[in-house]
Design a protein around this ligand. Structure first.
Ligand code: F6P
Length: 323
């Protein structure tokens, strides 16, 4: 392989730049030319493909976002869009791809590879930590720390005013961010899609807390929670607990930005390099992940289709430690 390309696609995640840097430097170290595709699959279709040299990735390891920009491309879902993308890769002499992103990115990569046979290795870059085949995804640790910082601040004001706060965190269909944030932030309750909840349980937890002289409480709600979002839950709780002062906050995209934590910089570097090395060794249709601190290659098929289980022991722990 003489020339490869790297792209970031889907929701950005802190640590993606560390992964890009590792791909570029890993390729150059192995005497392989490398290009960056701007705005993920959209840039592949538009032909926005630029050569990257070692100095192009200097001074980016500490930066949030992605220097290659990201997008969710509707056109890449069509056969015509993918044909255009393939034509552009051919014209640029690109023989392999490193795709940094999440579920949607790998779904696109798998279809593209089946149709046109361009070898692709994935790097798990999403704050959601919802990909099977890796213990952690790039950006998750930073997002949890950002959410924790916000919760610490919310707790100050909740405590001053004897209030209950419902705090909604990201995670799409996964409760990973919510559970870690809930534990680290000392939440009274964590509500995640992986664990069935009832409004009665919420009311009971808040009432029992008040009976035990707990005047402020934090309930962390994953955005995918099946009972409803933090707004809905706070309205319901107000109806059922009229004597409590209840507020809600949605943390939103603040969780996607900011300088990557040490963990995400290191994870991005390891997985970026592992992806290039995997590609050059002839691996394709796989995602490079980390399991028990060792690099692990998992098929796109499994990483997309298998559900990464949440550790229910952690939810049990929140319930015990919040009494
Ligand atoms: O996948 C990352 C993520 O931030 C999810 O947690 C969230 O559901 C989604 O992306 C938001 O997507 P967008 O930035 O397109 O609104």
């Amino acid at each position: 392989m003489k020339k490869i390309a790297v792209l970031t696609s889907g929701g950005d995640a802190p640590g993606m730049n560390a992964a890009i840097r590792a791909v570029v430097r890993g390729a150059i170290y192995n005497h392989v030319e490398v290009c960056g595709i701007i705005r993920g699959y959209k840039g592949m279709i538009d032909g926005d493909i630029r050569p990257l040299k070692s100095h192009d990735v200097s001074n980016i390891i500490q930066k949030g976002g992605t220097i290659l920009k990201s997008a969710r491309s509707e056109e890449f879902r069509t056969k015509r869009g993918r044909e255009k993308a393939y034509k552009n890769l051919k014209e640029n002499g690109i023989e392999g791809i490193v795709a940094i992103g999440g579920n949607g990115t790998f779904t696109g990569a798998e279809i593209f590879l089946k149709e046109f046979g361009v070898p692709t290795v994935g790097v798990p870059g999403t704050i959601d930590n919802d990909l099977y085949g890796t213990d952690y995804t790039i950006g998750f640790d930073t997002a949890v720390n950002t959410a924790l910082d916000a919760i610490d601040k919310i707790r100050d004001t909740a405590d001053s005013h004897d209030r209950v706060f419902f705090v909604e965190v990201m995670g799409r269909d996964s409760g990973y961010i919510a559970v870690q944030t809930g534990i680290g932030g000392g939440a009274e309750l964590v509500m995640v899609p992986e664990n069935p909840d009832s409004i009665e349980r919420v009311i009971q937890t808040l009432s029992t807390g008040r009976d035990r002289s707990k005047f402020s409480s934090i309930v962390v709600v994953a955005e995918g929670e099946e009972l409803g979002d933090a707004h809905y839950l706070s309205v319901k709780a107000k109806e059922m607990l009229p004597n409590m002062d209840i507020r809600m906050t949605t943390l939103g995209h603040v969780q996607r930005g900011g300088a990557p934590s040490a963990i995400d910089r290191i994870l991005g570097s390891r997985l970026g390099l592992a992806a290039v090395e995997g590609l050059l060794e002839g691996k394709h249709n796989v995602m490079a992940g980390i399991i028990n601190d060792k690099v692990n290659y998992c098929s796109f098929h499994d990483s997309i289709n298998k559900k990464k289980p949440l550790n229910h022991e952690l939810i049990r722990m929140v319930n015990i430690l919040s009494i």
